[in-house]
Design a protein around this ligand. Structure first.
Ligand code: HEC
Length: 139
């Protein structure tokens, strides 16, 4: 009798345990269903729209120049990348706003640049990518 009581917990205790487990499960799936945080969304958009041609690693030029520390970098300024004449002569420093606009309409920011073929992104995505590039700047 004594040992039987110890091994089988009372029904209400079991109910509480089950409810606790259910709550945990529900909050875990709610977390999983959430949108990725800002950085992650920006990185994802970068991977989808830019990474074929750009790396954020210093010195790693692909079809396009590397975008390491691009925020605060002069446009067309890497010594070891063969920019178009228009990009070389753009004469400005990249900031969040310029980057965002360039991603949406490259030609409006640097007319005659050679970032082709490039499909463009929405303004919303562009802002996320710019934030990601700024955050990745220190690497
Ligand atoms: C199809 C290849 C391609 C894709 C995709 C692409 N780019 Fe480019 N990008 C280039 C090329 C080529 C250049 C050099 C342009 C020039 O010299 O006129 C460039 C230049 C740039 C520059 C100027 C860099 C500097 O040193 O001044 C920035 C900033 C840039 N790209 C950002 C992006 C971002 C952000 C995306 C994604 C939203 C993207 N690019 C997608 C090919 C690409």
């Amino acid at each position: 009798m004594q040992s039987r009581l110890q091994t089988s917990p009372s029904p209400w205790l079991r109910t509480i345990a089950a409810a606790g487990a259910l709550t945990l499960l529900l909050s875990a799936s709610a977390l999983l269903a959430q949108q990725p945080a800002g950085d992650e969304a920006g990185q994802q958009a970068f991977n989808n729209s830019c990474r074929t041609c750009h790396s954020v690693k210093e010195g790693d030029n692909r079809l396009g120049p590397n975008l390491s520390k691009i925020v605060g970098r002069k446009a067309g300024a890497l010594p070891n990348y063969n920019y178009s004449q228009s990009m070389k002569e753009a004469g400005f420093v990249w900031d969040h706003d310029k980057l965002t606009r360039f991603m949406v309409k490259p030609d409006e920011v640097v007319s005659g640049n050679k970032m082709q073929p490039y499909g463009g992104v929405s303004a919303e995505e562009a802002a996320k990518v710019a934030a990601y590039l700024q955050a990745a700047g220190g690497q």
